[in-house]
Design a protein around this ligand. Structure first.
Ligand code: BGC
Length: 533
């Protein structure tokens, strides 16, 4: 500890929390740098700004039943998606944790055999599907993959702690198809999608023909975003100004500024990066996504423990002393915990004993500063994407014609905006606290949409009139961290080009599990293309 510094726990915690602050000027320089990088990636072959080959956007009228495999950072889901043609869908799915031994392995075969086996088991239970085989399947693959068409690509690198060297450079669709063939299952892998692209398509399907969705963001184990770009701007594909139409771009924004020209850094970021499976890569992701935030907090707690400023006791077996042992859900839970609740959480998650109120408060303070920095960096990144898209200048009517949407009558579904949900969650929390205060046991319920379909219709019409910038979002951070969207919006307002007026046009909609449905939407588009010759 530097000489003359207040040695108390809270003073030390405040010092660490300040290191995670990101001021408006820094937000602006991150946005500026990211806009330049997005442009660079459109013109040159970089591992970011990857064309998805998706060139039309769902209208909500798509129909049919499609299989999808959604391989995320921790789980693999097998989904049977029924697109009903009215912006709604049903999903039957089986979800499986991917064993860590398959995430880090010298060969890709065990991973893909695992997926094919789960697919086989899923189909064995669905005897009703037998007469519809061979099935076409959409594959959502949430890693950096340069696509060469809708149905093929080349894996550029692993991240999120995965490392299977012999898969690099190979086509994920071929690796999956080979494994499916080894199982003897009559399925054809027809499309490949990044999860951010899938989520964008799902949000677009759900929002229907009146709203032209611009982008989708993922804040889960990893982070990424996809957005709608003018085809003529995608010069890495040798397009010219004469090329009309659109291209959905997989930005792979987690790797923007890997050279660390503008991103903030603390000693904890450096330590985390040095011990990761991919040092020097995914530097934005390592500051924003769920896989890393818990680890940043753990490293800060270790430092305070070394300074001997905690009252709480931690024995050698505490997760505090094990790498990657603190989940970012701890950060979300701390954010809404009362003083007493935070002590219980700390004792439970960190296996601490004799925890003092100051211990829990110090940990809460650091946790919230880590999450705030993540949300503000997310805001700076979203600002870059909005600026690059040109949507701030484009009237809504024009953006609709850009994606060739067809107006047709449709049933309204209740749109679940994250802010509306947050409001309900806050009411729920308040209610739980009141019940707790009067000594009654709160009954925990899942938050439910709290706007009526009539209200949804009204707000949707308003959005259209005001030139909404419609964005889908998925991932546990944006779903569960109570002020993630609020902090992200504050950063959007800090960016001069966006300001208050631009920020108010942005609507963020939670699009849960959109990645699998998006792959089904792509499989649907591929099957239509097949039928049309
Ligand atoms: C991957 C992206 C993915 C994101 C969210 C990142 O680590 O590189 O392809 O979209 O995680 O899952």
């Amino acid at each position: 500890m530097p000489q003359g510094e207040d040695p108390s726990l809270l003073a030390q915690a405040e010092r660490i929390a300040r290191d995670f602050d990101i001021l408006p000027d820094q937000v602006r320089s991150v946005t500026r740098h990211f806009v330049a990088q997005l442009k660079d990636g459109l013109a040159n072959a970089r591992p970011w700004q990857l064309p998805s080959y998706v060139q039309s956007i769902p209208t909500g009228a798509e129909k049919g039943e499609f299989l999808a495999v959604d391989l995320g950072g921790s789980n693999c889901r097998i989904c049977l998606v029924n697109l009903k043609g009215d912006s709604t869908f049903e999903v039957a799915q089986s979800k499986h944790s991917v064993p860590p031994s398959l995430m880090v392995s010298s060969s890709h075969r065990p991973l893909f055999d695992f997926i094919a086996q789960r697919l086989h088991e899923f189909l064995e239970k669905r005897t009703d599907l037998a007469d519809q085989l061979p099935y076409s399947l959409g594959f959502t693959f949430s890693f950096t993959c340069e696509q060469t068409s809708l149905a093929s690509g080349r894996l550029i690198h692993w991240d999120k702690g995965w490392d299977i060297p012999d898969a690099l450079g190979r086509d994920p669709c071929v690796m999956l198809q080979d494994a499916i063939d080894r199982q003897g299952v009559p399925i054809r892998v027809t499309v490949l999608a990044n999860d951010s692209v899938g989520t964008l398509l799902t949000r677009s399907y759900m929002s229907g023909p009146k709203i032209s969705t611009l982008a989708a963001m993922i804040f889960g184990t990893g982070t990424n975003a996809a957005y709608v770009e003018k085809l003529s701007n995608v010069r890495r594909l040798s397009t010219t100004a004469a090329d009309t139409g659109i291209m959905v771009m997989n930005t792979e924004w987690g790797c923007l500024d890997d050279k660390m020209e503008v991103l903030p850094r603390t000693p904890f970021d450096d330590e985390l990066d040095a011990s990761s499976t991919d040092p020097g890569s995914q530097m934005l992701e390592k500051r924003v996504s769920g896989l890393y935030l818990g680890e940043l907090l753990r490293l800060a707690i270790v430092q305070l423990h070394r300074l001997r400023v905690f009252t709480m006791e931690l024995d050698k077996k505490s997760p505090v002393f094990r790498r990657d042992s603190i989940d970012s859900s701890f950060i979300s839970k701390l954010a809404t915990a009362s003083a007493e609740g935070a002590i219980d959480l700390v004792e439970d998650v960190l296996s601490a004993k004799n925890t003092a109120p100051d211990d829990a408060q110090a940990i809460q303070l650091i946790a919230s500063s880590i999450a705030r920095r993540a949300a503000r960096l997310a805001g700076a990144s979203l600002a870059a994407l909005i600026i690059q898209s040109g949507r701030l200048q484009t009237s809504h009517a024009r953006s609709i014609s850009l994606v060739h949407k067809v107006e047709e009558p449709r049933r309204m579904e209740i749109s679940s905006s994250t802010s509306a949900q947050r409001f309900c969650q806050s009411l729920g929390l308040l209610w739980q606290r009141i019940l707790k205060f009067v000594g009654m046991n709160p009954i925990t319920r899942k938050p439910r949409g709290c706007i009526s379909s009539q209200q949804a219709q009204m707000s949707r019409d308003n959005y259209t009139d005001q030139g909404t910038i419609d964005i889908g979002a998925d991932g546990s951070l944006i779903e569960f961290y109570p002020t993630f969207e609020t902090e992200m919006r504050a950063a959007l307002r800090d960016v001069t080009e966006i300001g208050v007026a631009g920020e108010q046009r942005v609507r963020v909609h939670l699009t849960k599990d959109g990645s699998g449905v998006g792959a089904a939407l792509m499989a649907q588009a591929a099957s239509q293309m097949g039928k049309n010759g």
